[in-house]
Design a protein around this ligand. Structure first.
Ligand SMILES: NC(=O)c1ccc[n+]([C@@H]2O[C@H](COP(=O)([O-])OP(=O)(O)OC[C@H]3O[C@@H](n4cnc5c(N)ncnc54)[C@H](O)[C@@H]3O)[C@@H](O)[C@H]2O)c1
Ligand SMILES: [Zn+2]
Length: 703
C-alpha cells in the first residue's frame, strides 16, 4: 500500500527556523496587536512550538477605566488556546502592580496552587479570559516582552544530561539554566532571583521543560526567540550528522505496515475496555518509523516523555508491542492488561491524600517496530494530537541522546502534574461530549442523498464517518464539504463499489486504519430500476441483485469482524436502508423490489446471528425521497412517472405527497433521523426491526 519510506537522515533533522517578521505589516499595529502578531508568528511555525504550547506577554501602558490614570498592564496568553491561532481576546490582561503585590501571600512552594486563586483579583478591565499558571513567569521578570516556548530542539537540550554543558557551548553564558521545577509561582520566583543574580543573561533554559527569553520590543523578542531555537537546532543537527540516531536501525519498515495497522488497531480498540470508546490514529512517518525500528527503542520508550506538554497528551509511557506476535490475541490482551496494571500501580505509588480518582488506565500511544505509531483517544483530534506530541517527544529523545543521555521526568513530578487538582478542575469544566463521540461509522453510498444526510446526522453528534461510494468525484466532494463543516479529522472517503469484494474489504481496512475500527455500519448504496417482467433483462436483474442483495451481503460480511470486536464494549449496530418496495409489492419493478426484500430478510438473519456478539441489525424503509436523491435524477423518475401516467416534474412529487397518508414530502434528513435512532444507543434494546419512513403507506405496514 504505502511506498517504502527511505529514512534519509535529513528527514529526522531539526528544522532551523528563520524570522518571518514583516516590518510593513507591523508598521501600523498597536502594541497589543504587535504582541498578537508575534504570538501568531511563533505559534503557527511548528518548528517553534507544538500545538497550544508556549505563551507570550507584553507589559503595556493602558488607561485605567475607573481612574483615567495610565497603568502598567500585563498582557499574557490566557489559559488554554493556541498562540498560533489565538486572537486578541485570547490574552488575559492584569494590573502589573497588583500581580507584583501578590508576593506577600507567598510563603513557599506549598502555596503554588493558592497563588493561582489570586490571579483573577488582578484582572484589568473586566477581561474574562482566565490567566494561565505561567503568568508569574511573565509578571515577575522585569522585561517588557517575554516569550516562553517548548520547541523540540530546545527541550532536547533541556532533557539531556549533556544539556547544561551544551547550553554553555552554544551561547557562552548568554543563556542561563534552571533545574526542573514544575510551572507555577515558585518557578517564577526562582527565575526572577536567578536573573537578578545573573544580570547578563538574555534568556534561561528551564530543565525538562523549555526556554524563556525577553527583549525590549516585540520584534526583538520574536527574533531573539527564533535565533535561540535556530542555534539549538543547528547545534543538534551537527551532532546528529556524526552518528545514526538512536543507535541505528534494528527493524526495517515493513512494506505492509498500513495493512498491519488496519488489522491491529480494531483489536486493540476492542480490548481497551473500562473507558469510553476510543478513536485511533495511525502514523508511519519517517520520525516514527526511525524511532520504533531503532536499536535504542525499547530502552527509550520505557523512560517515558519529558515535557509536561507531551505527557499530558500521551501518558507518561507508551505501550510497545512485538511485531512477531501481533496475530496472537492472548498476547495483545495480556499486554493491555499489563499496561493497565502498571498504570494503576503508578497511580497508587504516587497518589496524594487529595488526588482525583484514577483516570482511564489504557495506553494512549502504542508503538510497533517496523509498523509505526498508533494513538487512541476519545475523539479523533485528540488522538491525532497525541500522536503528534509523541512525535515531538521522539524528536526530543533524538536530540537529547545526541549530546548525552535523555532524561525523562521524575515519576512523582509527572504524577503531580497529571493529577494536579487545577488540571482536574479544568477537566471537570469541559462540556459533556456529544453522544456519538468515540463512535465510528461507515456509510455506503455516502455520496448520495440519503447516505450523505445520514453521515451529516452522525457527524453532527460527534461520530467519525467513513464515506464509501463507487463515485470517486462525488464522494470526495461530499467529504470536503463535511471536512469544512465538522473538521477534517472526523471524516474520510474511500472509493468502494459494493459489488466488488476486494474493494469492500479495502474500504473497511481504510476505516480501521483511519479511525481504528467500526461501531456502526449503514448499508445504503443503491440503485433503482423499473421494467415490466417481460422487459427485465437478465443483466438488469443481476445488476439489482449485485448491488442491493449481494452488495449488502458483502458489506455486512466484511464489517462483521470489526463489529464483533466491540462486543465487550456494549456492542455495535448495522442499519440497512431497505425500501417500501421490500415489504410492499411494486408494479414494473420486480427486480428492484425483490432484491430489496432479499436484503431486508438478510438483515433479519443477521440480527439473529449477530445478537450473541452484541451486533444489532435493523432496517429503515424509505419511500419517495425525491428531493436530494440522485436515484430520482435519472431514468427511474421518468419510468415511475410513466408507470403512473403523469409528468415527471413537479407532478411526480405531488403524486407521491398525495399518495402518502400524511400528505407530506419525505426528505433524506427524515431517513437520517431514523437511521440515527437505530445506529445509536438510543435503540440499544432493539434488533431485527424495521422502521418505515414514508409519510404513511398502509401497504407497507409491517406485520
Ligand atoms: N430515494 C428514495 O426514494 C428511496 C426509496 C427507497 C429506498 N431507497 C434506498 O435508499 C438508498 C439510497 O438512495 P438515495 O435515494 O440516497 O440515492 P442516491 O442515488 O442519491 O444515492 C445512492 C448512492 O449509492 C451509490 N452507489 C450506487 N451503486 C453503488 C455501488 N455498487 N457501490 C457503491 N456505491 C454505489 C451512488 O453512487 C450514490 O452516491 C438506496 O439503497 C435506495 O434503494 C431510496
Ligand atoms: Zn511551559
Amino acid at each position: 500500500m504505502n511506498a517504502p519510506v527511505a529514512l534519509s537522515r535529513s528527514a529526522t533533522r531539526f528544522a532551523v527556523p528563520v524570522s518571518r517578521w514583516d516590518d510593513s505589516r507591523a508598521a501600523a499595529m498597536t502594541p497589543a496587536e504587535l504582541l498578537l502578531y508575534r504570538s501568531n508568528l511563533l505559534g503557527s511555525d511548528l518548528t517553534v512550538t507544538n500545538f497550544g504550547g508556549g505563551n507570550t506577554s507584553a507589559k503595556l501602558t493602558e488607561i485605567d477605566p475607573l481612574t483615567g490614570a495610565a497603568v502598567e498592564v500585563l498582557w499574557v496568553k490566557g489559559s488554554g488556546g493556541d498562540i498560533g491561532s489565538m486572537k486578541l481576546d485570547g490574552f488575559a490582561t492584569l494590573y502589573q502592580e497588583k500581580l507584583l503585590s501578590l508576593e506577600r501571600h507567598y510563603g513557599g512552594p506549598q502555596d503554588d496552587d493558592k497563588m493561582v486563586g489570586y490571579l483573577p483579583h488582578c484582572t484589568f478591565n473586566l477581561n474574562g479570559r482566565a490567566a494561565s499558571i505561567d503568568t508569574p513567569l511573565h509578571s515577575l521578570l522585569p522585561f517588557a516582552h517575554v516569550d516562553h516556548v517548548h520547541p523540540d530542539a530546545i527541550i532536547a537540550l533541556a532533557a539531556s544530561s549533556g544539556g547544561e554543558a551544551a547550553t554553555r557551548t552554544i551561547w557562552g553564558g548568554r543563556i542561563g539554566w534552571l533545574p526542573w521545577k514544575r510551572p507555577g509561582y515558585t518557578l517564577g520566583v526562582q527565575l526572577r532571583d536567578y536573573v537578578k543574580a545573573n544580570p547578563h543573561v538574555e534568556g534561561v533554559m528551564l530543565a525538562g521543560h523549555g526556554i524563556i527569553c525577553w527583549a525590549d520590543s516585540a520584534k526583538a523578542c520574536y527574533e531573539h526567540t527564533i535565533e535561540l531555537i535556530a542555534d539549538a537546532a543547528a547545534y543538534l543537527n551537527a551532532k546528529l550528522a556524526d552518528a545514526p540516531a538512536f543507535g541505528g536501525e534494528k527493524v526495517a519498515p515493513d512494506d505492509d505496515r498500513a495493512a498491519i495497522a488496519a488489522a491491529l488497531m480494531p483489536r486493540l480498540r476492542g480490548l481497551m475496555t473500562g473507558a469510553r470508546r476510543k478513536v485511533g490514529h495511525f502514523s508511519d512517518d519517517g520520525e516514527a518509523l526511525e524511532f520504533v525500528g531503532s536499536v535504542e527503542f525499547e530502552r527509550l520508550a520505557a523512560l517515558g516523555t519529558s515535557c509536561p506538554d507531551h505527557f499530558l497528551r500521551t501518558k507518561i509511557a507508551p505501550l510497545t508491542l512485538d511485531p512477531a506476535r501481533l496475530s496472537d490475541d492472548a498476547y495483545l490482551a495480556e499486554k493491555l492488561e499489563d499496561y493497565r496494571r502498571l498504570y494503576a500501580a503508578y497511580y497508587d505509588r504516587c497518589k496524594r491524600a487529595d488526588s482525583p480518582a484514577m483516570r482511564d488506565p489504557n495506553p494512549v500511544v502504542v508503538l510497533v517496530p517496523g509498523v509505526g505509531r498508533m494513538t487512541f483517544a476519545t475523539d479523533k483530534t485528540t488522538a491525532r494530537l497525541a500522536g503528534e506530541f509523541y512525535g515531538n517527544a521522539i524528536n526530543v529523545m533524538r536530540g537529547a541522546e545526541a549530546i548525552g543521555d535523555y532524561i525523562a521526568l521524575d515519576e512523582q513530578e509527572a504524577f503531580d502534574i497529571e493529577y494536579w487538582l487545577l488540571e482536574e478542575a479544568k477537566l471537570q469544566r469541559m462540556p459533556k461530549p456529544k453522544p456519538l463521540v468515540g463512535r465510528i461509522a461507515l456509510v455506503t453510498g455516502g455520496a448520495g442523498g440519503i447516505g450523505a444526510a445520514t453521515a451529516a446526522r452522525l457527524l453532527a453528534d460527534g461520530a467519525c464517518v467513513m464515506l464509501a461510494d463507487r463515485d470517486a468525484a462525488a464522494v470526495e466532494e461530499v467529504r470536503a464539504g463535511f471536512a469544512g463543516q465538522y473538521g477534517k479529522d472526523v471524516v474520510r472517503a474511500s472509493v468502494v463499489d459494493v459489488t466488488d469484494e476486494s474493494q469492500v474489504e479495502a474500504g473497511f481496512q481504510a476505516c480501521a486504519r483511519e479511525f481504528g475500527g467500526l461501531d456502526m455500519l449503514v448499508a445504503n448504496a443503491g440503485i433503482a430500476s423499473s421494467a415490466p417482467i417481460e422487459e427485465t433483462t437478465k443483466s438488469l436483474w443481476d445488476r439489482n441483485y449485485d448491488v442491493l442483495a449481494q452488495g449488502y451481503f458483502l458489506t455486512a460480511k466484511h464489517a462483521w469482524p470489526l463489529l464483533k470486536g466491540m462486543s465487550a464494549q456494549g456492542g455495535s449496530s448495522v442499519v440497512f436502508i431497505g425500501s417500501k418496495n421490500a415489504v410492499a409489492a411494486a408494479t414494473n419493478a420486480s427486480a428492484y423490489a425483490s432484491a430489496k426484500a432479499a436484503a431486508n430478510h438478510l438483515a433479519r438473519c443477521l440480527a439473529l446471528e449477530g445478537a450473541p456478539a452484541g451486533i444489532r441489525v435493523n432496517i429503515v424503509n424509505p419511500d419517495a425521497v425525491i428531493k436530494g436523491s440522485r436515484i430520482w435524477d435519472g431514468d427511474w423518475r421518468k419510468e415511475r412517472a410513466g408507470a403512473y401516467g403523469i409528468d415527471s416534474g413537479s407532478e411526480l412529487e405531488e403524486h407521491y405527497r398525495q399518495r402518502s397518508m400524511l400528505k407530506r414530502d419525505v426528505l433524506p434528513s427524515d431517513i437520517a433521523e431514523a437511521v440515527y435512532f437505530l445506529a445509536s444507543d438510543m435503540s440499544a434494546k432493539s434488533t431485527g426491526n424495521m422502521i418505515n419512513v414514508d409519510a404513511g403507506n398502509a401497504q407497507a405496514f409491517t406485520r
